[in-house]
Design a protein around this ligand. Sequence first.
Ligand code: NDP
Length: 291
Amino acid sequence: MTISSVAFLGLGAMGYRMAAHLPKHFEQVFVWNRTEEKAKQHAQTYATQAVSLEQAVQADIIFSCLPTSQDVENLINSVKIKSGAIWVDCTSGVPASAQQLAAQLKQQGVDYLDAPVSGQTVGAENATLTVMVGGDTAAFERALPAMQAVGKLIKHVGESGAGFAVKAVNNMLMAVHLCAACEGATTLKAHGVNLTEAFECINASSGQSTVTSNIVPNRIFNRSFPLTFALPLLAKDTGIAVDLVREAKLAAPVIGLSQSLIQAANALAEENSDFSTVAKMYESWSKITIE
Ligand code: NDP
C-alpha cells in the first residue's frame, strides 16, 4: 500500500511534536485536536491541515496519542473509520484494550496497532523515538514508513497488547530507578557527600541509568522540574504494569512497592507536576534537598 494520507489525533506534549515530522514524508497530513486552536496553530506552523475528526479518520494511517486507552476507545467509538485504514495508537495504553480494539476494528476492515513510544518530548522533537508495536505483522509492515517518520528504533514486539505491555514495564523500570535514585541521593547527602560528584561517579559505574544520568542532574539538582511528562501519566503507566503482574498471578514486590510510591507522590503533588517531582516527596520525608 502506498500511503498517501496520514492523520494525527491528539496534539499534546508528544503528539504536537510527532505530527510536525509527517509533512516531510507524506503529501496529505491531517491533524485533529480536542482543543481546535492547537490544531490550527500546528497547521500554520508545519503546513499540516487542521480538519474535523470525521475527515481525519478517512486517512490511510491514523495516529493517536492521547492520555489513556479509555480516551482512544471513546474516540474510535464515535466515528466511522475508512475501511483499509491502519490506526496506530501511540498512547501508553492498556494491553486488554488494544486486544479489544484490534478485534472490533478488524470487523470494519481496519487494522489497529498498539504503538506506544519512548524517548520523551526531546525524542518526539528529533524523531528519535523508540516505537514498540503490537498487532498484525502485515499491518505493521504497511504502517512502518509512517512510524519511521517519528521514530528511530521501531520494533514489532508481538500480538495486540504486546506494545503496551512493553511500554508499561519500561516505565515501571524508570519509576523504580527514580525512587531508588532519590533514596540514594538523600542517603548520600545525609552522610555529607557532594551529590554532583557522587552522581558523576555513579554515572560512570554500574548504578547508572537514564534517571541518574539525565533526570536527576537536568531536572532535580537544578530544581527546574520542567513539565514534559506529567506525573499522573507515570502513575497511570505503573498502574498498568501492576495490573499485568496481577493478571499473570506473579509475585513482583518491587513493582508493587514502586507503584504505591508513585501513587503517593502523585497524591501529594501540585497540579501540572512533572514526573521528576517524585523527588519532592522524598525531600519532605527526609528534610534533605536533592541538589
Ligand atoms: P498531554 O497531556 O500533553 O496531551 C494530551 C493530548 O490528548 C492533548 O492533545 C489533549 O487535548 C488530548 N486529550 C486529552 N483527553 C482527551 C479526550 N478525552 N479526548 C480527546 N483528546 C483528549 O499528554 P502527552 O502528550 O504527554 O502524552 C500522551 C500519551 O503519550 C500518554 O499516554 C503518555 O503516557 C504518553 N507518553 C508521554 C511522554 C512524555 O514525555 N510526555 C513520553 C512517552 C509517552 P487538549 O489539547 O484538548 O487538552
